[in-house]
Write a protein that binds this ligand. Structure first.
Ligand SMILES: Nc1ncnc2c1ncn2[C@@H]1O[C@H](COP(=O)(O)OP(=O)(O)OP(=O)(O)O)[C@@H](O)[C@H]1O
Ligand SMILES: [Mg+2]
Length: 294
């Protein structure tokens, strides 16, 4: 595995004083090298939180993150610097987290290379090439404030790729883009994955990613719930093909579409038969007795 998250929990202080809010509640994720994976979920599901933990921008409350067989949680400062500069490229959701406003576009892309020293003498040419690939050839000397939101995001992708990372993390890479530019960015990510073997994890609420990534997870309330594997031929995403995840604790979450079909579903009986697991709605008689007494 290139990346493995084991039972990740992230608890933030809640706006209500004295309470805590669990944004990630025991999340397991495995990403083999050269895969293109998306995690799709609604606002507040924990997508950005997960990316911030993987790129070591923030610490998990508990759980493990493994990268290339090494436990990221225990990295020394030198290992952290190497990881952040050369191993993982991140495109954060907010452009202001990716860009330096006083530098122009090409200077922004050259900056990570200056820090790493990896492309000494070739930084400018490489930055120009990366900017051309994201469709910003004529805008290399503009400051971020002179670019549209979508263009700022494209510069952010170029910055994330500057030091040839092994893993690209992208948070809503198409969030600000019109549909034509979205298609360009999706194609570019696919090409990076296919031609260069770059491992890519995209977190988004844009369902179109389900059609382009090898594997698509759904995230809800800080846990991965189901996934879907794209078959080469299928253009449309067949949700019937989705499978429900059983995490390392043995937890399984019924999709809402299923639980909504059963009124007042509070428990199920598990029956194992001929290699199959059957869940049978269970009526709690104690509860109905209490109801009768009232
Ligand atoms: N620094 C923080 N302090 C307290 N709560 C936070 C913090 N960051 C995120 N949260 C809460 O954690 C939950 C998950 O947030 P997160 O930003 O990961 O969601 P998201 O899936 O990226 O949503 P969106 O699609 O809107 O970007 C939300 O309820 C959010 O309010
Ligand atoms: Mg987010």
């Amino acid at each position: 595995m290139l990346l493995e998250c084991r039972d990740l929990i992230k608890i933030y202080p809640s706006p209500v004083e004295g309470l805590m809010f669990p944004a990630l509640r025991g999340l397991d994720l495995q990403i083999p090298p050269a895969e293109l994976i998306s995690i799709i979920g609604p606002s507040g599901a924990g997508k950005s939180t997960l990316l911030r933990l993987i790129c070591t921008f923030d610490h998990p409350s508990s759980g493990e993150i493994w990268f290339d067989g090494k436990l990221v949680n225990t990295f020394t400062n030198a290992e952290l610097e190497e990881f952040r500069l050369n191993k993982v490229g991140v495109m954060y959701q907010a452009p202001e987290d990716n860009l330096i406003w006083d530098l122009n576009t090409i200077q922004n892309v050259m900056l990570p290379m200056r820090y790493s020293g990896k492309f000494r003498g070739n930084e400018k040419a490489r930055a120009e090439e990366l900017l051309e690939k994201v469709g910003l050839k004529g805008k290399t000397h503009r400051k971020p404030s002179q670019l549209s939101g979508g263009e700022q995001q494209r510069v952010s992708i170029a910055i994330a790729l500057a030091n040839e990372p092994k893993l690209l993390l992208a948070d809503e890479p198409t969030g600000e883009l019109d549909s034509v530019t979205t298609a360009v960015i999706i194609d570019y990510l696919k090409q990076l994955n296919k031609d260069d073997g770059l491992t890519i994890l995209v977190v988004t609420h844009d369902k179109r990613f389900a059609k382009m990534t090898d594997k698509t997870y759904r995230i809800l309330d800080g846990r991965l719930t189901t996934y879907h594997i794209r078959s080469e031929e299928s253009v449309e995403v067949d949700l019937e093909e989705e499978v429900v995840i059983v995490d390392s604790q043995g937890t399984l979450r019924l999709p809402r579409e299923v639980s909504h079909q059963f009124k007042d579903l509070k428990a199920v009986k598990i029956q194992v038969k001929n290699g199959k697991i059957e869940l049978v709605p269970f009526k709690d008689k104690m509860k109905s007795k209490e109801g009768e007494q009232k």
